[in-house]
Write a protein that binds this ligand. Structure first.
Ligand SMILES: C[S@@+](CC[C@H](N)C(=O)[O-])C[C@H]1O[C@@H](n2cnc3c(N)ncnc32)[C@H](O)[C@@H]1O
Length: 238
């Protein structure tokens, strides 16, 4: 068996090659053999639909067009899984959109035993910045429908300013998923202010952006992404 990742200590294999299953409230990802793409997609889809995000009204790999910017299922599952591995208790998100990644994260925090509601820092376990009031309103509705509104603070405004104002709270994960041109600034502010705890993670979406970053005539935002990648590659570790 090539690899087993099993958060409950139980093992479960299937003839078909891959299984994602739910024991109690924890996620198991058990790759066995080489599954076909269709098998994997179906299993991921049903795993998400049936168990991981009980309140989520849709599977994001089958999203209607208005959900085009959301994480897809496997990314949400992976990020939730990572949040479980590092036992994350607080997550900062830059770019809420309609709340899908935040819902994945909230369910991961729940599985980690994190309680909902604001604590002494005045924040709920997930702080998520969104510049569009319209998207934020849709996110709030989705988050309520998913039953995780006690876990997510959505703050409307420009994340460049909001991040600079954020005080008195630190996070185990920062997920950067907003305007690509600001990634370097977000990263630097997070590091300068010590917003992510030692041994925490900064997860950055779209850093290759379907290879657009490598185009000779790349648009300004893709050039900024490339520069961000170089900055991380060359930058001193802190
Ligand atoms: C890719 S979407 C986020 C998707 C979301 N993380 C998910 O996976 O479900 C990017 C979001 O960032 C927001 N955004 C763009 N620039 C921003 C800024 N300067 N401050 C805050 N949010 C911003 C956009 O309005 C958009 O909703």
């Amino acid at each position: 068996m090539p690899g087993v990742v099993n958060t409950t200590g139980k093992e479960h294999a299937s003839q078909t090659g891959a299984t994602i299953d739910q024991y109690g409230d924890s996620l198991n990802i058990i790759p066995v053999g080489t599954p076909t793409r269709d098998e994997l997609e179906l299993k991921y889809y049903y795993a998400v639909q049936a168990s991981i995000n009980k309140g989520l009204p849709f599977g994001s790999s089958h999203l209607p067009i208005e959900h085009f910017m959301s994480v897809v299922d496997y990314q949400g599952i992976l990020q939730g899984f990572i949040a479980g591995l590092i036992k994350a208790r607080r997550i900062l998100e830059i770019g809420t959109f309609i709340g899908i990644s935040a819902i994945f994260h909230a369910n991961a925090l729940k599985r980690n035993g994190v309680k909902g509601g604001a604590d002494e820092t005045g924040h709920k376990p997930i702080v998520s910045f969104e510049i569009s009031e319209e998207y934020a309103a849709k996110a709030r509705a989705n988050i309520i429908e998913a039953g995780v509104d006690e876990y997510i603070d959505i703050i409307v405004g420009d994340a460049n300013k909001l991040l600079a104002q954020l005080e008195g709270v630190t996070f185990d994960i920062a997920f950067l998923d907003a305007d690509k041109i600001s990634y370097k600034g977000y990263y630097e502010t997070i590091m300068d202010k010590g917003l992510v705890n030692k041994d925490g993670l900064i997860i950055v979406d779209n850093t290759a952006f379907e290879s657009v970053v490598a185009y000779i005539d790349a648009p300004e935002w893709a050039v900024a992404l490339h520069e961000f990648n170089e900055h991380i590659r060359n930058g001193p570790t802190r």
